[in-house]
Design a protein around this ligand. Sequence first.
Ligand code: UD1
Length: 355
Amino acid sequence: MRIVSVVGARPQFVKLAPIAKAAASAGVEHVIVHTGQHYDPMLSDVFFADLGIPAPDVHLGVGSGSHGVQTGAMLAALDAVFDAQQPDWVLVYGDTNSTLAATLSAVKMHLPVAHLEAGLRSFNRRMPEEHNRVLTDHAADLLLAPTQVAADHLAREGLAGRTVIVGDVMTDVLHQVRDQVAGAGSPLVDELGVEPGAHYVATIHRAENTDDPGRLAEIAAALGGLDRPVVLLAHPRVVAKAAQHDIPLTQGSLIAHAPLAYPQLIASVLHSAGVVTDSGGLQKEAFLLRVPCTTVRTETEWVETVQLGWNVLADTAAAIAAAVSRPRPADTDAAPYGDGRAAERVVATLSGATG
Ligand code: UD1
């Protein structure tokens, strides 16, 4: 069996790592196609190196652009790749423009498509990711859902027959990296001199929070006004938007810092007092590490983190300040994101479905 994985953006490399490993263990042929959506070494190459992912077999080098330009360039390039590879499965990940492009190209070539992390919904139609995931779910042949909640969304949309709950592959990789960095210090403590357990780690990159200068300025000021140092691991998107509109990303408590490689990110979160983010993945990573999270959005796809008390949605300066200083949530053994063996299940499901 030949699986072709199509990835392009940072969170997809994290999800790819356990899949590549599981495919190798199962003796399954696995071809990696990198669209080039993310190209900065700190958003791409370091993930392959640190997480032991084989170098991409094909690199499309598409780069940045408006949604249409970027998605269209991927689409134009992928037809020939799929034609040459003739995969048994095209495996697409998450909700980026790379996900949608690969899905569209593959289904029109009558190639079976499996969607990893299927069934997530924010119900916010202003998010580009919401369209990417809904369209991908409805086009794909096999929907690999991480949770029961995701499977329920798919069932409500008439897609139960194509759905399999496999667990969340981010749990697989997180457990492994957490064990690797256990005992290591925090690079932020070493480099910036912030106190262990007495600073926050922040990431902000969503279009809803960065594209409108007023909104970005409001968030930067809100983080700058918090009670403890806040280290902002600044995605190039937020750096570019802040520079364009003269919004300081180092102000008050807020300290801008370059993005971190995955193991360093996990080590930093482990030694922090909490996470403030609009990232989907980081909300879940914080929960899995039992570090309180504040999410700068009006809704989340990862509702389990909120229901269990480890994540609070906060959209205004006052709400963010109140959320970060809340008491530590009650401990829980709940494991809504699986047992750390989701990738094995994905490969077994794909093998079974072709066999
Ligand atoms: C994309 C995904 C988002 C995901 C995020 C993870 C879509 C619609 N969005 O958002 O779901 O959470 O990746 O990071 O697919 N840039 C660089 N270097 C890079 C990549 C981007 O400087 O290597 C800058 C460019 O200015 C670019 C901007 O970031 O225009 C946005 O990049 P893009 O890939 O369009 O979307 P992300 O914001 O990264």
